[in-house]
Design a binder for this molecule. Structure first.
Ligand SMILES: [Mn+2]
Length: 415
C-alpha cells in the first residue's frame, strides 16, 4: 500500500501572479505524481487553500486536478488548517466535501463527560483507519486537544493514521521557533503514522509511544522568508511494508531563485543603488529574484533607493518576478527613542510624543501630527474579519486611511 501526505499548499496565497501560478503548478505536479505512482490515497493535512474563500480561478484549477485524482480511483482525505478554517464554519472545503471530491476526517462529538471523541473514517480498499484534528487560528485547537479522548483513539485496533495541523514544541525546527506549538503528549499515542501540517519545513521524527511523526512542509514556500530559507517545497509518498513505513520526501523543484542581499549599513543610497545595479545581468533570466536590503543608511532615506526602477531593470534581463524586502532597512535621519512608562497606554502616549516632529509634513505641526498618529494607529489595528476577503479588508482600510488624512478628493482625482 502507498499513500501521499501533502499539506500547506496555500493555494491562492501569493498575490504576485507569477508566484501564484508556480504555487498552483507545484500542487498540480504533486497530485500528478500521486497518479503516476498509483498511490491508494492522498492526505491533505490542512491549509489546502490560503483562505476559507478562495477565488473562482483557484477553485477551478484545484477542483480539476483533484477530480483527475479521484477519476484514477485515488481517495483524498482532508482536514482544515489554520488558513482554510473558518470560525463560523463558512469554508469552501465544506462545499467541496459535499461533491465527494474528498472526505473531511476531523469528525467527532462531545461525550456526556465533556470529552471530545473522534470517529474514524475507514479507507475501504486498504482498511486504513484515519482521523485527525483541524488547525485553528492562533493554536486555538490546543483547547480541543486538552479535552480529546486520547485513550479510545490509542486502543483502536488496525492500521491507523492521525492527521493534525499544529506545531509540536519538542520538534519545532529553528526556522519556526517563534511560532506557538503544543507538547507531543497531547497527541493520541499508538498511531502508525502522524500526518502533520502547519510547520513550513519538512521533517520526520521518532518519539517513544508514537509512530513516525511527519511534517510534509509546504508544496511551495508561502512567503519571502520561506523562499529564502527553503530550497523548494515538497510532499511525501509513503510505502507501507509489513514491518515499517518507508517514507520518501519528493521535492517540487519547479523554479529557480536568485538571492541578492545588500548590507546598506553606513552607505548612502546612491552606492546601494550601484551595488544592486552591479548584480543585474543575464544570469537573472527566468529567475525569481529576492532582493533583501538591510542596515542603517549613513545618509538619506530608504525611499531614495528607487526600487521600482531596479526591479524593472531586472525584469528587462528576463527575471520572472522580483520580490523585495526592506523591513530591516533604516534611515539614519530617524532616531530611535527610549522611554519608560507606567502602562501600555502611557507608553504609547510618550512614544508618539517623543517621535513627533521627525518627519516633516506640510501643514502639520507637532500637535496635529500627534493627533494624526493616534488616529492612524486606531485605524491600522482593525484586522481582517474571519470571513472577510483580503481584498475587501484592504479596500476598507484604504478608505479609512483616506478619511484620516482627509485626502479622499485628491486621491480620487489622482487615480
Ligand atoms: Mn500553513
Amino acid at each position: 500500500m502507498k499513500f501521499a501526505h501533502i499539506a500547506d499548499c496555500h493555494l491562492g496565497g501569493w498575490s504576485d501572479p507569477v508566484l501564484g501560478e508556480i504555487n498552483i503548478t507545484c500542487f498540480e505536479s504533486a497530485l500528478q505524481t500521486c497518479i503516476e505512482e498509483k498511490v491508494d490515497f492522498v492526505l491533505i493535512s490542512g491549509d489546502l487553500f490560503d483562505t476559507s474563500r478562495p477565488t473562482i480561478e483557484v477553485m477551478e484549477r484545484t477542483v480539476s486536478k483533484i477530480k483527475e485524482v479521484r477519476d484514477s480511483d485515488i481517495r483524498v482525505y482532508v482536514i482544515e488548517g489554520s488558513h482554510d478554517f473558518s470560525p463560523t464554519g463558512k469554508t469552501m472545503l465544506r462545499v467541496l466535501e459535499k461533491t465527494g471530491l474528498f472526505k473531511g476526517v476531523s469528525k467527532g462529538k462531545e461525550t456526556d463527560d465533556g470529552k471530545l471523541r473522534l470517529s474514524f473514517t475507514i479507507d475501504e480498499e486498504t482498511g486504513t483507519k484515519i482521523t485527525g484534528l483541524i488547525g485553528k487560528m492562533g493554536v486555538l485547537e490546543t483547547k480541543l486537544y486538552e479535552v480529546l479522548d486520547r485513550e479510545s483513539l490509542a486502543s483502536e485496533k488496525g492500521f491507523k493514521i492521525f492527521m493534525f495541523h499544529t506545531a509540536l514544541t519538542e520538534l519545532k525546527p529553528e526556522f519556526f521557533e517563534y511560532a506557538e506549538g503544543m507538547p507531543i503528549s497531547l497527541l493520541p499515542k499508538g498511531f502508525d503514522y502522524y500526518a502533520g501540517g502547519h510547520v513550513h519545513q519538512h521533517g520526520e521524527h521518532k518519539w517513544r509511544g508514537y509512530g513516525p511523526i511527519v511534517f510534509s512542509g509546504p508544496t511551495m514556500p508561502a512567503n519571502f522568508r520561506e523562499l529564502e530559507h527553503l530550497e523548494t517545497g515538497g510532499f511525501y509518498i509513503n510505502t507501507v511494508g509489513s514491518e515499517q513505513i518507508e517514507t520518501e520526501w519528493k521535492p517540487l523543484d519547479l523554479y529557480d531563485v536568485e538571492m541578492i542581499f545588500i548590507d546598506a549599513s553606513d552607505k548612502n543610497p546612491s552606492s546601494v543603488v550601484s551595488e544592486i545595479e552591479n548584480r543585474i545581468g543575464p544570469e537573472l533570466k527566468d529567475k525569481i529574484v529576492l532582493l533583501r536590503i538591510e542596515g542603517t543608511l549613513k545618509s538619506g532615506k530608504p525611499t531614495d533607493i528607487d526600487l521600482r526602477r531596479l526591479s524593472s531593470m531586472m525584469k528587462d534581463q528576463g527575471a520572472k518576478t522580483v520580490k523585495r524586502n526592506t523591513n530591516k532597512l533604516a534611515s539614519a535621519e530617524y532616531h530611535e527613542i527610549k522611554v519608560t512608562a507606567a502602562s501600555r497606554d502611557d507608553l504609547e502616549e510618550k512614544l508618539i510624543a517623543e517621535h513627533a516632529g521627525q518627519i516633516k509634513m506640510k501643514g502639520y505641526d507637532k500637535k496635529k501630527e500627534i493627533a494624526l498618529t493616534k488616529k492612524l494607529i486606531k485605524t491600522l489595528v482593525d484586522s481582517k474579519g474571519p470571513d472577510e476577503k483580503k481584498k475587501d479588508h484592504q479596500a476598507r482600510m484604504e478608505s479609512n486611511i483616506l478619511t484620516v488624512f482627509g485626502i479622499r478628493e485628491e486621491w480620487e482625482e489622482f487615480n
